[in-house]
Design a protein around this ligand. Structure first.
Ligand SMILES: [Fe+2]
Ligand SMILES: [Fe+2]
Length: 301
C-alpha cells in the first residue's frame, strides 16, 4: 500500500470510530421510544400542507380542510412505504460491504451498526403506516425491478450517491416537520429519531462518495452518472404513490398529472434535492449524459 493509501485508510478508520462512539452514546429503539398507543390528535396535520403534491392547484382549492388533512395522512404513509423500500436497498448494500470487507476494521463494524439502525428504521416506518391506519402503498413492479438491479450492480460513487439521494431528500422534509408543531407529535418523534441517526449515515456515505469519486476511472464516469440520474428520477417520481388520491375521491391518473405539472410540487422537490444535488455536482457526479434526468426529476433548479 502506498503512503497516500495508508493515510486514506487511517482517515476512514478514524471516521468510523467516531461514528461508532456516537452510535453507542445516542441511538433509539422506536418500539420503546415512540408511544404507539397514542391516538392521532384532533386538528394536527400528518404532513405540512405546502408539501402536499397538489398544494396550490385548483384541485387542492376544491378539497375541504378535512380532505386536505386526509390526503396528507395518505401521502405521509406513501413516503414511509417508499422509505422502507429505500432502506431495504441500503441494508443490502451495507450487507455487501460487510460481506466483502474486513470485520476487524472499524469501517466494517460501522457498516454493521448502520445496518442495525436501518433495520429499526424500517420497523419504525412500518409501525407508522400501521398507526396512520392507511393501506400500504407498495412501490410499483418497475421500481422493485430497479431496486434489484441497483443492489446487484451498484458500486463506487453510484452506490454511495444512491444511498445519499435516499437519505438526504427525506432528511430535508423531516427536519422541517420536526420543527413544525402543527404536525402530529408521533410523526414529529419518528422524524426526530430518523434525523439524529441519519446524520451519522450521511456523514459516512458522503466521505465514502468523495473517496470513491476521486478514484473513479474516467471511462466509468458516464455509467455512474446515468445510474445516479436514474435513481434520482425514480425517487422523485415515486415518493408519493398516485393511489393516495383515491382517499379523497380523486382519480389517481388525473391527480397525478396535476401534481406533476404543479409548480409548488416542483419547488418541494427542488427543496428536497438542494443539498444532495449541490454535493453530487461538486463531486462531479451530476452531468452528461444524465443532466436531463436530474432536470426532469425537478430535484435541481
Ligand atoms: Fe434510515
Ligand atoms: Fe440511513
Amino acid at each position: 500500500m502506498t503512503t497516500s493509501e495508508l493515510a486514506a485508510r487511517a482517515g476512514q478508520e478514524r471516521l468510523a470510530d467516531r461514528l461508532l462512539r456516537s452510535t453507542a452514546a445516542r441511538s433509539y429503539d422506536p418500539e420503546l421510544d415512540v408511544d404507539w398507543s397514542a391516538a392521532p390528535q384532533e386538528g394536527k396535520l400528518f404532513l405540512p400542507e405546502h408539501r402536499s403534491t397538489l398544494y396550490g392547484t385548483g384541485m387542492w382549492e376544491r378539497l375541504t380542510p378535512d380532505q386536505r388533512r386526509e390526503l396528507g395522512r395518505h401521502e405521509a404513509a406513501s413516503v414511509a412505504g417508499f422509505g422502507i423500500w429505500l432502506e431495504c436497498i441500503l441494508m443490502r448494500l451495507l450487507t455487501k460491504l460487510a460481506y466483502e470487507g474486513d470485520p476487524a476494521t472499524r469501517h466494517v463494524q460501522y457498516a454493521l451498526a448502520e445496518l442495525a439502525e436501518e433495520c429499526r428504521h424500517s420497523t419504525m416506518f412500518a409501525r407508522l403506516i400501521e398507526w396512520l391506519g392507511v393501506p400500504y402503498y407498495r412501490p410499483s413492479r418497475r421500481v422493485h425491478a430497479l431496486g434489484r438491479l441497483l443492489t446487484a450492480t451498484a458500486h463506487g460513487p453510484a452506490m454511495w450517491g444512491a444511498i445519499l439521494i435516499g437519505e438526504e431528500i427525506t432528511d430535508r422534509y423531516q427536519r422541517e416537520m420536526a420543527a413544525d408543531d402543527s404536525i402530529q407529535p408521533i410523526v414529529q418523534m419518528v422524524n426526530r429519531i430518523h434525523i439524529l441517526e441519519e446524520a451519522r449515515h450521511i456523514g459516512f456515505a458522503r466521505a465514502e462518495l468523495a473517496r470513491s469519486a476521486a478514484r473513479l476511472p474516467r471511462a466509468e464516469l458516464p455509467v455512474q452518472r446515468l445510474m445516479l440520474g436514474r435513481v434520482a428520477f425514480t425517487v422523485a417520481r415515486n415518493l408519493v404513490n398516485p393511489e393516495v388520491y383515491r382517499s379523497v375521491g380523486l382519480d389517481p391518473a388525473e391527480a397525478r398529472r396535476v401534481a406533476l405539472a404543479n409548480p409548488a410540487h416542483h419547488e418541494t422537490l427542488r427543496y428536497g434535492g438542494e443539498k444532495i444535488a449541490a454535493f453530487l455536482r461538486e463531486a462531479g457526479m451530476i452531468g452528461p449524459p444524465a443532466t436531463h434526468l436530474w432536470r426532469r426529476s425537478h430535484l435541481t433548479a
